[in-house]
Write a protein that binds this ligand. Structure first.
Ligand code: SAH
Length: 343
């Protein structure tokens, strides 16, 4: 069985070469070839013959296969990607002024079963491997360069696709290290955001292990009773505990913790909810992303009126909390937040 090249961060790759009596300098050549120059074929350039032979024998470069592409009228692109074993996930490219943010999946399905989310209805099939997370990026980036050569900048990464990233901590960590590495794609550390439903075991590991990327919490309510209903893991990992660990994350100047707040009509969108959220977050280095509920087949909730969304935003302003209203890019192709499934 060959091992995927795309699972190795730079240090691991150097060690792999060393352990096989090969020059560790091959690591920078390989990173440059595959991640900077974005070559798919095997690297021959400057690489020692012994290293080339080793790679041929032991490493594989298999990537996910794009089996479906949906393009929205607003230029959002949704890919259905198929992994080696036939499992499929969705990956989304979200346009913003000629640049794109890629929304990566971290699991096939999801174990969190949030009441408002389409992905959760499938349950968890399995974690994605590091190389399958990296593979989504490589395939989407290739598609972009082939199909939209004029606006090909892929500079932002959000782990907000299918799955709970902190439930698959190790793969998300290694993938982030690979994205950040100077020898390769060299994505800026402030340009990567991991979004979590509040999976405490991952938050506990965060400071020690995760490189300093941004973190977003799916808050959705300041009240445990409502959060318990919306995000069932809140029963095990209550909000106060989650916030305690988020507060311990060291932030640079101009770095913020993002709090995502899904607004559901007549459920968590009232002035009372807004004031309680303001009280909860005031004084924190926080940005709030307000996400009006995106319906999906069979969903029970409704999207609030935009006047109520704006009112919610205004109330947060009273607490000096900057709140952005997240648009609904890609909702015509079920590519917006919470609409990802595997069809
Ligand atoms: N499991 C992680 C990553 C998923 S991110 C997390 O929960 O944060 C996806 C974001 O979209 C989350 O903030 C999620 O709460 C939100 N979302 C899920 N379903 C939605 C829906 N139907 N409409 C709008 N946003 C939704």
């Amino acid at each position: 069985m060959k091992i995927s090249f795309y699972q190795y961060n730079y240090e691991m790759l150097k060690n792999l070469l060393l352990q096989n009596d090969l020059s560790p300098s091959g690591a920078s050549l390989l990173y440059n070839w595959h991640y900077k120059q974005k070559q798919i074929g095997s690297c021959t350039h400057n690489l020692a013959l012994a290293t080339q032979a080793f790679i041929r024998e032991y490493l594989s470069f298999t990537l996910p296969e794009i089996v479906n592409v949906h393009q929205s009228s607003d230029l959002t692109v949704k890919f259905l990607m198929q992994m080696d074993d036939g499992q499929k996930v969705e990956t989304v490219l979200i346009p913003f002024q000629n640049k794109y943010t890629i929304c990566l999946s971290t699991q096939v399905g999801c174990a969190m079963k949030c009441s408002f989310c389409f992905t959760g209805t499938q349950g968890l099939k399995r974690h994605l491997k590091t190389e399958e997370i990296i593979g989504q990026f490589i395939m989407a980036d290739r598609w972009l360069r082939e199909n939209r050569p004029d606006d090909q900048l892929l500079k932002n990464i959000v782990y907000m696709g299918q799955g709970e990233p902190l439930h698959n901590f190790d793969a998300v960590k290694t993938a982030s290290e690979i994205f950040l590495d100077q020898h390769g794609t060299s994505i800026g550390i402030q340009k990567i955001t991991v979004s979590t439903a509040g999976y405490l075991p991952g938050l506990i590991r965060w400071n020690e292990e995760m490189p300093g990327v941004n973190i977003a919490l799916s808050l959705h309510s300041p009240f445990d009773e409502k959060r318990n209903e919306l995000i069932p893991i809140n029963q095990r990992y209550p909000l106060a505990e989650v916030l305690k660990y988020l507060d311990l994350i060291p932030l640079k100047r101009k770095q913020y913790i993002i709090y995502e707040y899904l607004l559901i009509k007549n459920y968590n969108d009232t002035d009372f909810d807004a004031h309680a959220t303001g009280e909860l977050l005031k004084g924190k280095q926080a940005i709030i992303n307000l996400i009006p509920f995106n319906p999906f087949p069979g969903s029970l909730y409704e999207r609030p009126e935009s006047s109520q969304v704006e009112q919610f935003q205004k109330i947060l302003g009273l607490y000096h909390l900057p709140a952005l209203i997240r648009g609904t890019k890609g909702d015509d192709i079920l590519a917006a937040c919470g609409q990802l499934n595997t069809k």
